[in-house]
Design a protein around this ligand. Structure first.
Ligand code: BGC
Length: 245
């Protein structure tokens, strides 16, 4: 199976082994065009697919709300995506059956099946920390899609503008300073949802030891673990969705 992950900085794809829940070949990445318009991004997805000569069903993640293949929001990509039937556009361009889903939902499904959320019931919230903050909420393993918890308002700010990895880089924050911002954000989410478990994903999960020490107390008591599939979770989750086409 095959998955493509559209991100704020790169469009990445790879073949996926769905028995192992891992990439079955090296991934290929093209830079996300700026502005990240539908035409430019669709060209990028086509390049990635062509690189592998893939000709089967395709799963694609998008960093915004996706309902029935239509992209509804575009926080970190060009606003021209709002209202686009991305599934139809990609499927027509590539001549393949395509499923499009929110990037965090895809990563969450992969983590719940193959990673840190495997076998976990109750309320599990998978958060992807990157250009934005994505969320995937699971209740006894079942996804509530398009939850958008990265855009909760906290102290008058859009939460992701303060606690994403991009915010850490833009504001040149130490791990401790950023960790405290992240703790406040997680405590707010905990206050609203009382999750049993948070799974923290995105590339930064590789460096979890740098910020996990700051994530406790002040209203934060849920168990917190780093994601296991790290930056490949979106690709794996997209491929899992494609397998159902
Ligand atoms: C978007 C979400 C997305 C997240 C991570 C947010 O800005 O609104 O839909 O999942 O970024 O890419």
């Amino acid at each position: 199976m095959f998955g493509v992950d559209i991100g704020g900085t790169g469009i990445k794809g790879a073949p996926v082994d769905l028995d192992k829940g891992d990439l079955s070949g090296e991934r290929y990445k093209v830079p996300t065009p700026h502005p990240a318009t539908p035409d430019g991004v669709i060209d990028g997805v086509a390049d990635v697919v062509a690189h592998f000569g893939w000709s089967g069903p395709l799963g694609v993640t998008f960093p915004g709300v996706v309902v029935d293949g239509v992209t509804r929001t575009a926080a970190n990509v060009d606003k021209g995506w709002v209202g686009v039937d991305a599934r139809a556009a990609l499927s027509e361009r590539l001549g393949l059956p395509v499923v499009v889903m929110n990037d965090a939902d895809a990563a969450g499904i992969a983590e719940m099946t193959f990673g840190a959320g495997r076998g976990r019931g109750g309320t599990v919230i998978v958060l992807t920390l990157g250009t934005g903050i994505g969320s995937a909420v699971f209740v006894d393993g079942r996804l509530v899609p398009n939850t958008e918890l990265g855009h909760l308002e906290l102290h008058g700010h859009d939460a992701e503008s303060r606690a994403s990895v991009k915010a850490r880089e833009d504001d040149d924050l130490s791990w401790e300073h950023w960790g405290h911002r992240l703790r406040k954000y997680l405590a707010h989410v905990e206050m609203l949802f009382s999750p049993d478990l948070f799974v923290l994903g995105g590339g930064v999960s590789r460096k979890a030891e740098k910020f996990l020490p700051y994530l406790h107390g002040h209203g934060l008591s849920a168990e917190i673990v780093p994601a296991e599939l790290q930056n490949n979770a979106g690709i794996v989750g997209a491929a899992m969705a494609a397998a159902k086409l």
